[in-house]
Ligand binder design. Structure first.
Ligand code: FA5
Ligand code: MG
Length: 380
């Protein structure tokens, strides 16, 4: 594959600035720890697994979509500001005001109108308005989420859109073209792998689909896609046009392709991890021996405004990458007061050393203090 590379990528870089968050204000839930990821641009390091996957996807598009002059039809973007407006991330994409993805429990906000993008679709209408019809846009995305080996508050997506003048292709060309493009991409990256299409639903596409691959005996979702709604194109100042789009998760692809067992590893600067990857090469990751885990349970009463993502984020913000999983292990409702109690098991583990019981206790104490200070939770 690397030898067959025919095109340089036309990456358009844009320097960007990050606003100063109003920490402590009601409409701000970004944390210093989350902001440390902004500007890391792991996807732009050609020696990192995410960078290798990004280049591989770009290369596929450069080879597949060539105009009559032999030039790639696609424009590549990979340095767009992850700080976006609610208009870019939601309104322009017809995402309704009451959609759960807009909630502060799910999304990191600087203020009511400014947030860390939750998907690279946030750049679709902006790129259309700038005159792009065929483009890829890769970047870091941020979501408040559960904590386990496949979820991390930062992950990366590559967005793609292919848009035509209506006079160029009929409407019924679009969906088969999208599916063929993606089946071709998966075959190019994974070789012979079992895939399946499921119906999905996004406010900005119709019809909408997700694509899964069989990986280690179970189905794993790789991407969401669909035919762009007319009103999205209109928001991108494209009137007599139609087209398709998709968004693929780079960590998911990389975990399957390189056999990377834990999503935290992408953020590790441990040489035993980073030294295993070479530009343009797919090699199986050799796991280094695991240090023992240490778990602690914690029980608290919750009030109705409690959201599990808030607790997960509190633990992540306190323990950083030393937290491996957070799992609900027990839950009950007090028969008289109706109060709900939850017990979570927090699993701590370091990739590089044995954690002492004392240091884990110290982290756990800080978690307890922050629960105490939170209006949503009451320690038992
Ligand atoms: C979206 O984000 C849509 N914007 C995709 C899209 C684009 C649809 C264009 C239609 C047109 P979804 O939330 O399903 O969809 O995420 C897409 C992919 O991103 C997932 O399939 C997964 O591979 C990856 N992804 C999503 N959340 C996470 C996460 N927390 N950690 C790792 N990867 C994730
Ligand atoms: Mg999905």
């Amino acid at each position: 594959w690397s030898a067959g590379r025919q095109f340089s990528t036309h990456t358009i870089s844009q320097p960007f600035t990050v606003p100063k968050p109003a920490f402590g204000s009601k409409s701000c839930n970004v944390t210093e720890r989350i902001l440390r990821n902004v500007g890391k641009n792991l996807h732009n390091n050609p020696k990192s697994p995410l960078g290798i996957i990004k280049l591989r996807i770009e290369d596929y598009f450069n080879r597949r979509f060539v105009d009559s002059n032999g030039k790639s039809e696609f424009q590549m973007f990979d340095s767009m500001n992850p700080v976006v407006s609610t208009k870019m991330c939601f309104d322009d994409l017809l995402i309704p005001i009451d959609h759960p993805g807009r909630n502060m429990t799910d999304t990191f906000y600087f203020d009511e109108k400014t947030l860390l993008r939750t998907h690279t679709s946030a750049h679709e209408t902006e790129l259309m308005r700038a005159g792009n019809l065929c483009f890829l846009a890769t970047g870091d995305c941020y979501r408040r989420d559960e904590i386990d080996s496949r979820h991390y508050p930062v992950f990366h997506q590559t967005e793609a859109a292919r848009i035509f003048k209506k006079s160029e292709v009929p409407e019924d060309f679009l969906l088969p073209d999208l599916k063929q493009c993606l089946e071709g991409l998966v075959a190019d990256i994974f070789g012979d792998v079992e895939t399946r299409w499921n119906p999905d639903s996004f406010p900005f596409t119709d019809p909408s689909l997700e694509l899964e691959i069989m990986y280690n005996g179970s189905w794993m979702e790789l991407l969401g896609c669909g035919v762009l709604r007319k009103d999205v194109l209109k928001n991108g100042n494209l009137h007599d046009h139609h087209g398709w789009a998709f968004g693929i998760g780079l960590e998911r692809v990389a975990m399957a392709l390189f056999d990377i067992p834990d999503i935290r590893l992408f953020h590790s600067s441990d040489e035993r991890f980073t030294s295993q990857f070479t530009e343009g090469k797919i090699v199986k990751f050799r796991s280094f021996s695991k240090f023992p885990a240490c778990y602690k349970d914690i029980s608290f009463w919750v009030n109705p405004s409690f959201h599990e993502n808030n607790f997960s984020e509190l633990v992540r913000d306190t323990a950083g990458d030393l937290v491996e999983t957070v799992k609900l292990v027990d839950e009950f409702k007090h028969p008289e007061t109706g109060q709900v109690s939850k017990c979570y098991r927090i699993n701590y583990r370091s990739f590089s050393r044995v954690l002492t019981n004392d240091e884990v206790d110290e982290i756990q104490d800080r978690v307890r203090e922050r629960i105490e200070a939170s209006p949503e939770m009451d320690l038992r």
